[in-house]
Write a protein that binds this ligand. Structure first.
Ligand SMILES: Nc1ncnc2c1ncn2[C@@H]1O[C@H](COP(=O)(O)OP(=O)(O)OP(=O)(O)O)[C@@H](O)[C@H]1O
Ligand SMILES: [Mg+2]
Length: 227
């Protein structure tokens, strides 16, 4: 089953002489549970693509279907709810809220949705992420690896269908980097969560089921490594 279908997606930033065509008529589909790596040179449109897939920023033209919903037909409120429930986003620089504790950062998406926190499920996630002893700490009291584990917790807590990660290990040393990728892979396999990771690291790309290469806003290559 295709969880994600992108049709003729284009994104142009700016207008007139300074206009930049960041995505140029991109189409592809991704199956539920697939682990896809996105690679390509700096400025090729990878982050732009991820933002379009996650409902973060509207495309100039084209469609994004998530679970058969044409997400850019939704109004802003509906789109915000869709993002919170269906998409887990992870960034290179964590994007945690500095004045909230680890526990508050992780449970934020549930609270915004007025959902009660399932204590048992929370405890399970925290244990897997090995953050039990840091729940009352603030982000600036944590190591980089710990901060990234918090952002994974926040992305996971509402069991989104799709996890999107933009260079999640770009700021980490190799030990923390493999730990983070192992965690993402574990959730991908255990919960059949679709995982899309932008990376410059070939070792990470080679662990994916499929590698999509973006160049100049287009798909230059799309290769299945593990069918
Ligand atoms: N908000 C914006 N306004 C104008 N141009 C933008 C904006 N965001 C990105 N761009 C341009 O769009 C193109 C694609 O940018 P994007 O961030 O998607 O690249 P990337 O592949 O993620 O690069 P990197 O590997 O360096 O993160 C670039 O030429 C960039 O300058
Ligand atoms: Mg980028």
């Amino acid at each position: 089953m295709d969880i994600l279908k992108i049709e003729n997606l284009s994104k142009i930033y700016g207008k007139g002489e300074t206009a930049v065509k960041a995505l140029d008529n991109v189409s592809f589909s991704i199956r539920k549970g697939e682990f896809v790596a996105i690679i390509g040179p700096s400025g090729s449109g990878k982050s732009t693509l991820l933002h379009m897939l996650g409902g973060v920023d509207r495309p100039t033209s084209g469609n994004v279907f998530v679970d058969n919903t044409d997400i850019y037909q939704l109004n802003e409120t509906q789109l915000a709810i869709f993002r919170r429930r269906q998409i887990g986003l992870i960034y290179q620089f964590y994007n945690l809220i500095p004045v909230l504790t680890v526990e508050e950062n992780i449970t934020l998406p549930l609270l915004l949705d007025e959902h009660k926190v399932d204590k048992q499920q929370f405890a399970e996630v925290v244990k897997i992420l090995n953050l039990q002893n840091r729940l009352n700490h603030l982000p600036n009291q944590l190591s980089g690896g710990q901060q990234q584990r918090v952002s994974i917790g926040r992305a996971l807590i509402s069991h989104p269908a799709i996890m999107l990660a933009d260079e999640p290990t770009g700021n980490l040393d190799s030990k923390n980097s493999s730990e983070i990728i192992d965690l993402l892979k574990m959730f991908n396999k255990t919960y059949n969560q679709t995982l899309i990771v932008i990376t410059h690291d070939e070792r990470i790309a080679l662990q994916a089921d499929r590698v999509i290469t973006i160049e100049d806003g287009r798909i230059a290559n799309d290769e299945v490594i593990r069918p």
